[in-house]
Design a protein around this ligand. Structure first.
Ligand code: PGA
Length: 253
């Protein structure tokens, strides 16, 4: 059975490397028992190199954002090659908080082509801002996937993961977390689009994960009833006790 994927997205937290090291060390120290999970943590980029050496591969280190190309005149940007050399194995693209400050589908597509061709596990986040009764949110998700995965080669798909992250379920201002039934519907719908785009054999294999107000009480339901392959965890991944509780529950499924 494929390992479950649990990714902690720390966003712009914590404030300093001291606290970041404490959180990471605590997760790494407890990680040993969870053999059925790929445990990934995506800290702010400034902390990556230090945390990567601290984790000694017990926790996989990921990046929350990146740019296309290897090196060059791109002020303020960081390339997939640089991240790889710093020990990064996973990257997140298309998070709604990045889309909100300007990442377009065209830019996200360029980033994804760059990270997949570099051999990095790439988590593409998609999800609607509102659920309307007429089901327009489904075409919104479909358009995101089609645009963001334009010109993706089939041989790259082994490194692609899709995260269903409805915006209304994310962060402190979340209206509520999604129901497992919402997640099941979205994951079946996303699989169907992937099969249409890449063919049955390839499309069906791309893991789908869920993110948005995940905690130790609801995590198991998303996997069991929502039928996803893993979780993208924001706030609760900064609290090592709670994050470990999530890992423990998922490991026991
Ligand atoms: P949250 O964030 O778990 O704090 O809702 C999830 C995410 O944005 O990935």
């Amino acid at each position: 059975m494929a390992k479950k994927i649990i990714i902690g997205n720390w966003k712009m937290n914590p404030l300093d490397i001291k606290e970041a090291s404490l959180i990471l060390s605590e997760i790494a120290r407890n990680r040993e028992g969870f053999k059925n999970i790929n445990v990934v943590v995506c800290p702010p980029v400034l902390f990556i190199e230090r945390l990567s050496s601290l984790s000694k591969n017990r926790v996989i280190i990921g990046a929350q954002d990146f740019f296309f190309g290897d090196v060059g005149s791109y002020t303020g940007q960081i390339s997939t090659k640089m991240l790889k050399l710093s020990g990064v194995k996973y990257v997140i693209a298309g998070h709604s908080e990045k889309r909100a400050v300007g990442d377009s589908d065209i830019l996200i597509n360029q980033k994804i082509r760059s990270s997949l061709s570099a051999g990095l596990k790439t988590v593409l986040c998609v999800g609607e801002s509102v659920r309307d009764e007429s089901g327009d949110y489904l075409s919104f998700i479909k358009n995101q996937i089609i645009s963001d995965l334009d010109k993706i080669k089939k041989e790259w798909l082994k490194n692609l993961i899709i995260a269903y992250e409805p915006m209304w379920a994310i962060g402190k201002n979340a209206i509520r977390s999604a129901d497992p039934a919402d997640v099941l519907e979205a994951s079946i719908f996303i699989k169907k689009i992937l099969v249409e785009l890449f063919g049955r054999d390839e499309g069906i294999k791309v893991p789908i994960i869920y993110g948005g107000s995940v905690d130790s009480n609801n995590c198991v339901n998303f996997l069991n009833q929502g039928k996803v392959d893993g979780l993208l965890v924001g706030r609760e991944s900064l609290n090592p006790v709670n994050f470990i509780k999530i890992l423990k529950s998922v490991n026991e499924i």
